[in-house]
Design a protein around this ligand. Structure first.
Ligand code: SF4
Ligand code: SF4
Length: 454
């Protein structure tokens, strides 16, 4: 019992870090800095506000804007690249308030924004101090490094800017982890983008020295934003940009009071995006079903025997594509290595060798496929012929010279199949042409109206 109590009272990694670092209340003084040059004081928001500010007619709710703070933890910036390519909706349209009901997004992104240095950090400082002029969401790409490890050595793993938060107001690098810990309690939503931020990803793989973890692990399972939203997870390495912007738009509709809280699964993923496996919508799925498999990359068949994990991986890239509806792993010839999954990468290595569990299902597919494929080919050949050609015993196509006419055995087979197909059809006895009802036959046959007299 005592054990259970101490477990429930245990601090989250975020709380532990803040306990170590202590509170802050001193911020940059930008009054001595010029407006131009480096650091740049030209604010992106000042440029966009005049054209993007929503009016009452398009706002549909109390919020005119929402700040979005983008932080990079242990990251390769691939998520940023993926999101800037999103089209449904695009980042630009969200920043320009182009979607009625969605408050415009004031994005604070280290690559996109014009302002830099202390100017760039100012809105984040205001958010920490509780003085920001609108609600904010926090977006994290990359995993959370355990900065308590680095702090004890006098360093840091990954940082975003400097703040006068050292002894006696000295400037010190502020880790992305620290920003996240300070901003999370008052955020309207905390959104993890990409597998590093959602599950730890590659930086948390076996052997890493950083203690890298996911945003959800960092904030703890009891975390709720000020509006009651747990951590939202949009995985992928990199994620599909549209998956992310669509989820953000759905969350913003909710914050606006214009839509319900979107449906998330038990791991905080948008349920409508991650409910299906890759395999169920794969363009190569029919090859799997017929038991034919690629032997090397470049082959058109199913890739499972050269390392595809699609049947057991939740991801929608086969139906949505990678960017603007195009591309995506199997569509472009790549096998699924499970990059959206919490077990990635350790549970999927070595990449490009067949998943051991696939042996049973591919063996069954091969056995079934060896029967099904010839039968389908048989039917396919027959269905590629007009009934007229069957009657004439010839195919009058200039391209058909290399095609032989069906053999006698094939004709008997098709007649038998035709009888099976029309079993239970009471009009079948009236048909004088194989495969057609009388009133549809090229020779005219008995009109339907005569049938009662037969
Ligand atoms: S390539 Fe992968 S996802 Fe596609 S059918 Fe084969 S196993 Fe399934
Ligand atoms: S198909 Fe697999 S490797 Fe490709 S994006 Fe989806 S989870 Fe990642």
């Amino acid at each position: 019992m005592a054990d259970r109590q101490s477990t429930s009272q245990r601090q989250t990694p975020a709380q532990q870090l803040l306990s170590l670092l202590g509170p802050v209340d001193t911020y940059h003084d930008t009054s001595h800095l010029g407006a131009f040059g480096m650091p740049s004081g030209a604010m992106t928001e000042d440029m966009l506000s005049p054209v993007a500010t929503a009016t009452g007619a398009t706002r549909f709710g109390p919020l005119e804007k929402v700040h979005a703070f983008w932080f990079a933890g242990m990251s390769c910036d691939g998520c940023s690249v993926a999101v800037t390519g999103a089209t449904l909706p695009s980042v630009e349209s969200l920043m320009l308030g182009a979607h009625p009901g969605v408050p415009r997004v004031v994005l604070h992104h280290p690559v996109i924004n014009m302002e830099s240095g202390p100017y760039y950090l100012q809105p984040a400082e205001q958010a920490v101090a509780g003085k920001l002029d609108a609600p904010y969401v926090v977006i994290l790409e990359g995993s959370i490094a355990d900065e308590t490890i680095a702090h004890l050595q006098g360093g840091y793993w990954s940082s975003t800017g400097e703040e006068p938060w050292g002894p006696d107001g000295e400037l010190r690098p502020v880790s992305s982890t620290e920003w996240i810990a300070r901003l999370a309690p008052n955020a309207a939503a905390m959104i993890a983008i990409g597998t590093c931020a959602t599950w730890g990803g590659i930086p948390s793989a076996e052997g890493n020295p950083t203690g890298a973890m996911s945003l959800m692990d960092f904030l703890g399972k009891d975390y709720r934003s000020v509006l009651g939203v747990p951590v939202v997870n949009v995985p992928g390495c990199p994620p599909i940009g549209d998956n992310f912007t669509e989820t953000v738009a759905a969350v913003l509709y909710f914050l606006q009071g214009f839509g319900p809280l979107p449906e998330f699964d038990e791991l905080g993923r948008p349920a409508w995006l991650f409910g299906e496996t890759v395999h169920r919508r794969c363009v190569r799925g029919a090859y799997y079903e017929e038991g034919t498999f690629a032997e090397e990359f470049g082959d058109p068949e199913c890739l499972v025997e050269i390392g595809c994990w699609g049947p057991v991986v939740n991801c929608n890239i086969t139906s949505r594509g990678a960017i603007a509806g195009l591309g995506g792993c199997m569509n472009a010839g790549g096998a699924c290595i499970g990059c959206t999954m919490p077990g990635f990468p350790d549970k999927f290595t070595p990449f490009y060798s067949r998943p051991p569990g696939s042996l049973a299902s591919t063996t069954v597919s091969r056995m079934v496929g060896s029967v099904i494929r010839p039968l389908r080919k048989f039917s396919n050949n027959n269905l590629n012929r007009e009934v007229r050609w069957d009657k004439q015993g010839a195919t009058p196509s200039a391209y058909s010279r290399e095609r032989s006419e069906p053999s006698g055995l094939s004709n008997v087979g098709h007649k038998f199949y035709d009888r099976l197909r029309r079993h239970g059809d009471t009009a079948r006895h009236d048909a004088d042409v194989w495969g057609k009802r009388p009133d549809e036959s090229p020779s005219g046959g008995s009109p339907r109206g005569d049938r009662a007299n037969v």
